[in-house]
Write a protein that binds this ligand. Structure first.
Ligand SMILES: C[S@@+](CC[C@H](N)C(=O)[O-])C[C@H]1O[C@@H](n2cnc3c(N)ncnc32)[C@H](O)[C@@H]1O
Length: 273
């Protein structure tokens, strides 16, 4: 006799939520449907499709790559192994950037290292009057970002290149925003957990973790209007070093924002006159 969903769920080795998400994906149904219809008999093809996904999860692959999506600020973004999996703390970066341009009409915004496009797309959707350009060194990441912008209806310009070495839409901007790779190349975490599956170039600068941040902060004054804002995400122990970089580059009103875990995660400041 065919196995029912309830029976298969009962012997799942995965946490309940993950098991539900995999079945929702295979059956193309909502969680509410799944719970209400768990006596449904499963077809061999459905079992085979599910078991293939379950095997990937048991091998440690992140759910976001298996499902091909991750929610960020209430929207679903396509995610593949070509891009970093969106992190909840990056929502703080977007909120910081939006606050920095709140009083500015038709602001010019530059997102460096856009990955899946979560930062640039979220800003473009929150501020349809903004002119947003986003860049990345990875062609594959830019293709995902472009897809997300198209599906979510965000209008922005994508460019490929090394930080500021791109064909810039504007010379000066009201906001430069970035979540760059900031993990020290020697950090053992790079070969553990979810990080093993993510693109190395999205995680580490192959140096001390501050190399990309240095490049972005030091290059910002040449690409910002006076009083323009720079907002960057960084590691849990990098706040003091990043604030020092901001001040040395001529930024004023420099401050750090803490994420929900209480960690200083985002630094921002305005270019002094
Ligand atoms: C930490 S990920 C952030 C992705 C996305 N903004 C987010 O917050 O999820 C850093 C991104 O910077 C890109 N990157 C790394 N080195 C770069 C470089 N030299 N120039 C431009 N982008 C770079 C990576 O490809 C990656 O997409």
């Amino acid at each position: 006799m065919a196995e029912t969903l309830r029976e298969r769920l009962a012997r799942s080795p995965l946490p309940r939520l993950e098991a539900h998400l995999l079945w929702q994906d295979v059956l193309g149904v909502s969680r509410a449907w799944l719970i209400a219809h768990d006596t449904v008999a499963l077809a061999p093809a459905q079992l085979a499709a599910h078991d293939a996904l379950e095997a990937r999860r048991l091998a440690g692959e992140p759910m976001a790559y298996i499902l091909g999506r991750r929610e960020f600020l209430g929207r679903d973004f396509r995610v593949t192994p070509a891009v970093l999996i969106p992190r909840p703390e990056t929502e703080l970066l977007v909120e910081c950037g939006l606050a920095a341009i709140r009083a500015q009409a038709a602001p010019r915004v530059l997102d460096l290292g856009t990955g899946s496009g979560i930062v640039a797309v979220s800003i473009a959707l929150a501020r349809p009057d903004a002119r947003v350009q986003a860049s990345d060194c990875s062609e594959a990441a830019l293709a995902i970002a472009q897809h997300n912008a198209d599906v979510l209806g965000a209008k922005l310009l994508f460019s490929r290149g090394n930080w500021y070495d791109i064909k810039l839409d504007s010379i000066r901007h009201d906001l430069i925003i970035s979540n760059p790779p900031y993990i020290d190349a020697q950090d053992a975490h790079l070969s553990t957990g979810d990080l093993r599956f993510e693109p190395r170039a999205a995680l580490t600068d192959e140096a001390d973790g501050l190399a990309a941040l240095r490049r972005i902060v030091q290059g910002a004054p040449a690409h910002l209007f006076r009083d323009g804002a720079l907002c960057v995400e960084h590691g849990w122990d990098q706040a003091a070093a990043v604030q020092a970089l901001f001040r040395a580059a001529g930024f004023a009103k420099v401050c750090c924002l803490r994420d929900l875990a209480g960690i200083e995660r985002v630094t921002w400041g305005r270019l002094a006159a």
